[in-house]
Design a protein around this ligand. Sequence first.
Ligand SMILES: [Zn+2]
Length: 82
Amino acid sequence: MKCQYNDCYFCGGVVEERLLPREIRWNGKLLVFENVPMGVCGQCGEKFLRPEVAKMIDAALESSKRPSRVLQVPVYQYQSVG
Ligand SMILES: [Zn+2]
């Protein structure tokens, strides 16, 4: 089910729904939710998450549902050179 979004808050562009991965920090861990319905501005690329979608994500995390798969995320330290 697709949802209507208001025009972009920032530039007034048309916002369309797309399924995108979203990174979330939860209890100090980095998680990725895939296929999250988000509004994306066709003009500036700003993303908008509906409050009910954010709530669904929180609920899924709180129910400690098992992830569909686990990724290993490489972490780099930034070191200034010189
Ligand atoms: Zn925009």
